[in-house]
Design a protein around this ligand. Sequence first.
Ligand code: DX5
Ligand code: ZN
Length: 213
Amino acid sequence: MTIIAPSILSADFADLKNEILRLNDAQADMIHLDIMDGHFVPNLTFGPAVVKALRPYTNLPFDVHLMVDNPELLISEFAKAGADIITVHAEAYPHLDKVLSEIRKLGCKAGISLNPSTPEDILEYIMDKLDLILVMSVNPGFGGQKFIPSQLEKISRIKKRIGERQIILEVDGGINALTAAEAVAAGADALVAGTAVFEGGDYAKNIAALRQN
Ligand code: DX5
Ligand code: ZN
């Protein structure tokens, strides 16, 4: 079954605690937390204090997506705040092998994210350090953008590269019922969705509509 990870970027920020409770009841599989620093991406969201404050309200894994420069300065704070998976951007930091090892040492699963223009070759020498690969199907920074179709080929190439390894292939950005099916057909195991989960308010129905077999 496809893993569905709602992004709280589209949640009501004035009511985050109850939004987490609602997602928990709506059969989400993970909670996706988009961390933006205003440098790596032209937007700002929230930091470890908010992640920590939300942690008591669900047992679902916290999937922390760091869209920040210098992620090594923040990983231990997010681990302490209750992150289960910490994903850094390939474009944000030159010492990927090192930061991925450090994330695992902190007791978290380690993920790497690739912007739409970043080729998958960057994965070649770090496959054994990875628990998750996040393909960005929009340029990061904002919810509500259109899925970039060229990423489907990248998803299938990465799926082949993963082979028998225990690595989750996650896709983030512009996921709706149609693009969810395309992404899963290309090889995605997990789908992040903001707009498509929160629109209309029936989170359980929206999540069920995205889940492929
Ligand atoms: C974009 C974020 C996404 C975003 C997805 O930078 O990484 O997680 O919330 O939003 P939708 O599903 O609206 O494209
Ligand atoms: Zn994200």
